[in-house]
Structures are given as structure tokens and as C-alpha cells.
Design a protein around this ligand. Structure first.
Ligand code: HPA
Length: 281
């Protein structure tokens, strides 16, 4: 695997002229944020050998490198999912490439179903911890020490300092009249592509879960192995199965995720500015 990571990293290095320390993965309906950048280079996933390509509507498949004000950034506009038939190792390959490129902080965004009845659709949830319920782990397989440790700690995957910083940013924006309501909670990754059943959601609730989705935990596992600082932000696009009268569908998830995009983009931008200040201290 390290051979493939090196080949892809070198191909990317040849095409970019910036050195970002922060990367952002954009989830369903959230890809618009990439338009905020002053572009350095755009690299479609299908231009990279054996790179997983997103087949999901609403997910573009490319890396966007560029500046946000003067902050160099790496953005994944679209991710691939386990339910597309890729292995977990393939799904998380981009995270390993990021590490190799010198990324230090990773912002993982997603759209998620809301399990916590105290939260509302449209709220943003900072992920404090996760349950990987896919039955798979992206670090299975032959051990290569360049990837990180074989057995690694998972107690502080989602960085507390980053959560505090993002919470404060959200509060400031809300006070300034932006539609940014934030929550904190545990995210549970299912394999999908079927949405959960009401019984599965009742189980998630009993497990202390606040949001469910089909991504992110596997990426956070790899990020923990290679020691990236992680901030996870779920956009709660719908009440999870059985918690409202309506049936779930992808179009609605995308529409709700994109509805507040102006404020959301300001939110992400502000968080990135704060993270950049933190890392320059
Ligand atoms: N379940 C799983 N994934 C999701 C959901 C959901 O309810 N909403 C958005 N992504």
C-alpha cells in the first residue's frame, strides 16, 4: 500500500505549488465550499492511478488545492464510500495520501441523520467520538510501519481543542445573525447504502449515539493511525428513521445540506482561520 501512496503523492506534488497543512473533506451536498478558494490546482481522482472514484450523485471527484485568504488548503470535493463497493483501505487511501503530503489537521464533514431528539434538522454536530458499526476496519491487512502503529489508541480521535475552537466560532457567528446552531455528540457509521431501520436507530439511541451516517469513522480511524488532528462536523439533514413521519431519501439529504450553504461556508472558513492561527502560535 505504501508504494501506491507514494506514487499518488508524487503525482500530486508535481501538479501543486502550495504546501497545505489543513485538509477538508466535503460531504454530500457540501461540495460548494471548494468554490471559496483561490485555485492553485485541481486534480480529478480519475487522473490518479487506481484511485477510488465517487459514483454518488452530488459528490464531485477531485482534489482542489488553493488558498483561503492566504491559507493554503487541500480540499476533497467528494469522497468515496464503502457502500460503493470499495474496500475500506481504498476508501481511506486519500487520508493516507494527505498525511504523506504534509497535512497536519483534517476537517471531516458529512451529512447525517439525527438520532438525538433534542437536536434539530439543520443543526451542525461536532463529533466527539464514534462507533464504527460497519464490521470493517481500514487498518486491517499486512502491517507496514510507514502507515503508523499497528495497534493505536482511539481515546482522543476527535481533537478537544479543535472542538472548543469550532464551538466558539459557531457561537460568535450565531450572535452575528448567522444560522449556525451547533451540537456535540457521538457519530455512528453504518455501511449503507440502505438507510437504517427504525430498530437500528433505537439501538443507536441506546448506545448513546446522536447522529448516524455512512462515512467519516473509517477516515478518522486512519487519521488516528497516522496522527492527524481531526475535527468532524455533521450536518444533520434529517431525523433518523422512525423519528419522523417522513421517509428518507438522498435528494432531500442533499437539498437540506445545501440549503444553508452561505452561512455554512462562512462557518467553515472561520474555523479554518482559527485553526491556522492556532498552528502558527
Ligand atoms: N442515515 C444514514 N446516512 C445519512 C442519513 C441517515 O439518516 N442522513 C444523511 N446521511
Amino acid at each position: 500500500m505504501i508504494g501506491q501512496i507514494n506514487i499518488i503523492t508524487n503525482l500530486i506534488l508535481r501538479q501543486i505549488s502550495i504546501k497545505p497543512k489543513i485538509a477538508v473533506v466535503l460531504g454530500s451536498g457540501l461540495g460548494d465550499f471548494a468554490n471559496e478558494l483561490t485555485i492553485d490546482s485541481i486534480i480529478p481522482y480519475n487522473s490518479l492511478p487506481d484511485f477510488p472514484i465517487s459514483t454518488v450523485q452530488g459528490h464531485k471527484g477531485r482534489f482542489v488545492f488553493g488558498y483561503l485568504n492566504s491559507i493554503p488548503l487541500m480540499v476533497m470535493q467528494g469522497r468515496v464510500h464503502y457502500y460503493e463497493g470499495y474496500t475500506m483501505q481504498e476508501v481511506t487511501l486519500p487520508i493516507r495520501v494527505m498525511k504523506r503530503l504534509g497535512i497536519e489537521t483534517l476537517i471531516l464533514t458529512n451529512s447525517a441523520g439525527c438520532v438525538n431528539k433534542k437536536f434539530k434538522v439543520g443543526d451542525y454536530m461536532f463529533i466527539t467520538d464514534h462507533i464504527n458499526f460497519t464490521g470493517q476496519n481500514p487498518c486491517l491487512g499486512i502491517y507496514e510501519d510507514e502507515l503508523g502503529e499497528r495497534f493505536f489508541d482511539m481515546t482522543n480521535v476527535y481533537d478537544e481543542e479543535l472542538i472548543k475552537l469550532a464551538e466558539n466560532t459557531g457561537k460568535k457567528l450565531l450572535a452575528a445573525g448567522r444560522n449556525i446552531h451547533t451540537q456535540k455528540g457521538v457519530y455512528m457509521q453504518f455501511s449503507g447504502p440502505s438507510y437504517e431501520t427504525p430498530a437500528e436507530i433505537r439501538m443507536a439511541e441506546m448506545f448513546g449515539v446522536s447522529a448516524v451516517g455512512m462515512s467519516t469513522a473509517c477516515e478518522a480511524i486512519v487519521a488516528a493511525q497516522c496522527k492527524l488532528k481531526v475535527l468532524g462536523i455533521s450536518t444533520l439533514t434529517n431525523m433518523a428513521a422512525g423519528l419522523s413521519d417522513s421517509k428518507l431519501n438522498h435528494l432531500e439529504v442533499e437539498q437540506v445540506a445545501g440549503k444553508n450553504k452561505e452561512d455554512y461556508n462562512v462557518f467553515i472558513k472561520e474555523i479554518i482561520k482559527q485553526i491556522n492561527q492556532l498552528s502558527n502560535k
